[in-house]
Design a protein. Structure first.
Length: 309
């Protein structure tokens, strides 16, 4: 008599059932957005001349975005009470281990860089508002001002690492053919830079700052289009499983959503609008940044869903 054990109906291993829901793409989007804010805020900090009030305060958005993303990820965890175990060890070969520690580094670097970028009066007003914690703000700001340049570079590097990690997290899961590309890390990084620039442009920046971010966003869109094309070509010329995965975006189930929301709405239209505004010297609007954010969110949702199809 033979006994057969089957895990076919386990929601954790069955490839035809979704393992990840909305929480993971939201986490990837917010993580990439925070990465873009960190990188671009570091670059703006090095820019000569006075910065606008919004540009001085927006670096504080990075830890807020990361916290919101981590909350979404926490909701997805099966065993929420064991999340602390990520910080009891570090595994070189585990993208999740890298990500856990990178997320931890976001807070000190982004907050110190943000404090260093404030005016003296703004920093003192913040310290007064925080009451008993105000002395900690003053000491942290003094520390940051004395090490402003090294902290700026550390914030920049951490932002790049965070942006890459959001894509590597998927590409490390080689069993999913759509996620098996090494280009997912660069794709999510450049998408995070684009959405980060778009997010910053939603606020009342100085005209020069907005136009500089618009140029950076346009460059990021161009690179993102190139990476997407290489990603699709790589899948289409790979193994049978890779070609089948590529078909999900090239004529299959997710084709309409991918090409409409990601390529047309999230990349092509914002690029055309930004180019027209620059060439015709028009006042920059919020339409292009909003479309970029929609496209970046759609990219994560579609790739996470299609990878589990």
């Amino acid at each position: 008599m033979f006994e057969i054990d089957s895990s076919r109906h386990s929601h954790l291993v069955d490839p035809h059932l979704h393992v990840w829901g909305w929480e993971v793409p939201v986490y990837l989007f917010l993580g990439g957005l925070a990465a873009g804010v960190m990188v671009l805020s570091s670059l703006l900090l090095a820019r000569e001349g006075e910065r606008s009030r919004a540009a001085r305060w927006l670096p504080f958005a990075a830890p807020v975005l990361v916290s919101a993303g981590m909350l979404a990820l926490f909701l997805d965890l099966e065993h929420k009470g064991f999340v602390w175990r990520f910080y009891l060890a570090f595994r070189w070969t585990s993208p999740m281990s890298w990500g856990a520690w990178i997320l931890l580094l976001v807070y000190p670097f982004s907050l110190l860089v943000a404090l260093a970028g404030l005016l003296d009066a703004e920093a003192e007003a913040l310290a007064v508002r925080l009451g008993k914690a105000g002395s900690l703000v003053r000491r942290a700001r003094a520390f940051a001002l004395a090490r402003r340049e090294p902290l700026r570079w550390a914030n920049l590097a951490t932002g790049i690492g965070l942006g890459l990690y959001t894509g590597v997290l998927l590409s490390a899961l080689g069993a999913r053919a759509l996620w098996g590309s090494a280009l997912l890390g660069p794709l999510f990084l450049v998408s995070g830079l684009s959405t980060g620039a778009a997010f910053l442009m939603l606020f009342r920046l100085a005209e020069g700052e907005r136009r500089l971010l618009a140029r950076w966003d346009l460059a990021a869109i161009a690179v993102e289009v190139a990476v997407i094309l290489l990603f699709l070509v790589g899948l289409s010329t790979g193994s049978a499983e890779s070609r089948a995965a590529a078909q999900l975006l090239l004529g299959g189930r997710y084709t309409a959503e991918f090409w409409t929301l990601v390529v047309v709405v999230g990349l092509a239209l914002p690029a055309v609008l930004a180019a027209l505004e620059h060439r015709l010297h028009l006042k920059l609007t919020l339409v292009a940044p909003a479309l970029v954010l929609l496209g970046g969110l759609s990219l994560r949702f579609i790739l996470v869903a299609a990878g589990q199809a």
